[in-house]
Design a protein around this ligand. Structure first.
Ligand code: ADP
Length: 568
């Protein structure tokens, strides 16, 4: 039941009980008092009649006259009980009346002066209140029908009930108004409380009432500000946590006890290729035995630490630990780059060993042969030449390796200055002059006037051009090798070497900048190549913030272009 109805019902119950109690009181009190008053009045009347009769008047007439003047029945009885006057009966009627000597009121009047009795009248047949007084010549009795008294009580009761009903209606209106005044703030407070529960923490009750409701309203306000403060603190904490998790290099995946993924940072999403929005079922995680096994172990309370596995293209170390609440947290450490670098290093060591072994074997063999005393002079000279040649080859390899490692380790930094490309091209051409002349190659310089100077480290750019020109001459049987330089609209300078040689097949083109990568290893070695030339070019150019590109048409020629971001 609603509060207003309950308050109204309460008020109605109180008033209703009041009316019932008042009616009962009226009934009891008024009946008693009315009877007493009636007895007093009847006693007075009886005495008056007695005084009239005492003057020697005729009892019959006295009874008739006083009866009609009083409006009550008046009966006059002789001491022997015979009725000698009665206002309600004539002489004939009286003759038929019983002897009244034993009537209780008459008996009482005779003994104590006044007698009162309420009973059914044998002569009239209704309930009567009799009052008898003793007189000089007998007894005078005056009576009143009881229903007259009852009627008066009844009408008083009716008045009380009417007053009660009016009071009830007035009270109802007042109670309704009062209830609304009490209930309105209660309803408002309950709405505010519901709002707070739903998260509307800025909501306040517009109640300025004194007393308990006002205090309740203030407490509710305090409660929501405290909740807001706590919510803000919790949000800040949550944000910090998310930022922390997001900033981790490790992939972190939080799974709750219902196997729902409730957290996954960007690294984890990248490593597992899961893009579903949170929360999502752990079933969506990759079907990798190590990952699933670690997760299951964590769910059964067992820790898994650093088990390596491959998921798609990623190599990762998977750890899983159980959470206190029954869930699990997976940590994925991306080892892809590390393992790739390790593989590169392994290959590199193998490559270097391989490159050094051949000349070393040759040198060792010839040196041993030279120890024989009976070796003809011509052979001895040839063997020494082979030893010198292979030593030079090893020397080049070691020099290139040292250059590469110096650049890669960051021990070398370019010192960019305005560098003349035409000069560097001439130097590079001078070094290959003999080899080019032997093949009849034309060495051409095509440097635009506005591209002659570039901001670069002169030694580095010199080495770049030398390596590219050497390669070009080596792989060009006939035609020309051209050093060119142009200025791009952005201001960047493009320097390159173009040849009309054998070219590079498309499948080899993207790999020629890798260390020790050769299209034809045997030929390269034979021609004195180390397989490191283009790797050195790439590193030198990138150290300048530039880039290098290779384009080739097999059988027609190759162009290597180096872009330096800054001209002069
Ligand atoms: P190398 O010492 O073998 O020349 P590089 O790193 O300089 O090593 O070059 C790698 C490979 O790229 C070479 O072995 C060769 O096969 C290819 N290459 C380089 N320059 C050219 C070119 N101008 N024309 C054809 N092939 C080339």
């Amino acid at each position: 039941m609603r509060l207003t109805s309950r308050l109204l019902a309460g008020a109605l119950a109180v008033i209703g009980v009041n009316i019932v109690v008042m009616t009962l009181i009226v009934n009891v009190q008024l009946s008693g008092r009315l009877r007493d008053q009636a007895v007093d009045a009847l006693t007075r009347d009886a005495r008056m009649v007695a005084s009239h009769w005492a003057d020697g008047a005729d009892a019959y007439n006295v009874a008739r006259q006083d009866g009609s003047s009083l409006g009550h029945r008046v009966t006059i009885i002789r001491p022997d009980g015979v009725v000698i006057g009665d206002s309600d009966f004539d002489r004939e009627g009286m003759a038929q009346m019983d002897n009244h000597a034993t009537r209780p009121e008459i008996v009482a009047a005779r003994t104590s002066g006044v007698g009162v009795s309420t009973r059914t009248s044998p002569s009239r047949g209704d309930d009567e209140l009799y009052v008898a007084v003793s007189a000089a010549a007998g007894t005078v009795r005056v009576s009143l029908p009881v229903y007259e008294l009852t009627q008066r009580v009844q009408s008083a009761k009716q008045a009380v009930v009417i007053a009660g009903v009016i009071a009830l209606l007035v009270a109802l209106v007042l109670a309704a108004a009062l209830a609304r005044r009490i209930v309105r703030p209660v309803v408002e407070l309950s709405e505010v409380a519901r709002g707070i529960a739903a998260g509307d923490l800025a909501r306040r009750a517009a109640i300025d009432a004194p007393g308990e409701l006002g205090e309740l309203s203030l407490s509710l306000g305090d409660l929501s500000s405290q909740l807001a403060t706590r919510a803000a603190a919790r949000d800040a904490h949550e944000t910090l946590l998310v930022q922390l998790i997001e900033s981790l290099n490790e992939g972190v995946i939080g799974v709750d006890d219902r196997r729902q993924v409730v957290r996954a940072n960007d690294t984890a999403r990248r490593l597992t290729s899961v893009a579903a929005p949170l929360p999502f079922s752990a079933d969506l995680l990759p079907r990798n035995a190590v990952l699933r096994g670690a997760l299951e172990s964590a769910f059964s309370g067992t820790l898994t630490e650093g088990v390596e596995t491959q998921i798609d293209t990623y190599t990762m170390s998977v750890s899983a630990r159980p959470l206190a609440g029954g869930g699990a947290v997976l940590a994925l450490l991306d080892l892809t780059r590390l393992r790739r670098l390790e593989a590169v290093r392994r290959d590199f060591v193998a490559n270097v060993s391989h490159e050094l072994r051949t000349p070393l074997t040759v040198i060792g063999g010839f040196a041993e042969t030279l120890t024989h005393d009976d070796l003809p002079e011509a052979d001895r000279r040839q063997f020494v030449n082979r030893i010198v040649l292979n030593t030079a080859r090893m020397q080049r390899l070691v020099d290139d390796l040292l250059d590469l490692s110096r650049i890669e380790s960051g021990g070398w930094v370019p010192t960019p200055t305005a560098t003349d490309i035409v000069e560097l091209a001439a130097d590079a051409f001078a070094e290959v002059h003999d080899a080019a002349a032997a093949k009849g190659l034309a060495l051409v310089t095509e440097v635009d006037a506005d591209a002659q100077h570039v901001t670069a480290d002169p030694t580095a750019l010199g080495q770049v051009l030398r390596n590219l020109v050497e390669n070009a001459v080596r792989h060009t049987p006939a035609g020309s090798v051209t050093v060119f330089a142009t200025r791009e609209p952005s201001g960047a300078i493009a320097v390159g070497v173009r040849d009309t040689g054998v070219g590079i097949e498309p499948e080899h083109l993207p790999r020629v900048f890798e260390r020790f990568y050769r299209v034809d290893p045997a030929r390269s070695r034979q021609e004195g190549g180390t397989g490191l030339g283009l790797a050195i070019v790439k590193h030198l150019v990138e150290a300048h913030g530039g880039n290098v590109r290779a384009e080739s048409e097999p059988g027609r020629g190759t162009t290597f272009t180096v872009r330096f971001p800054n001209g002069v």
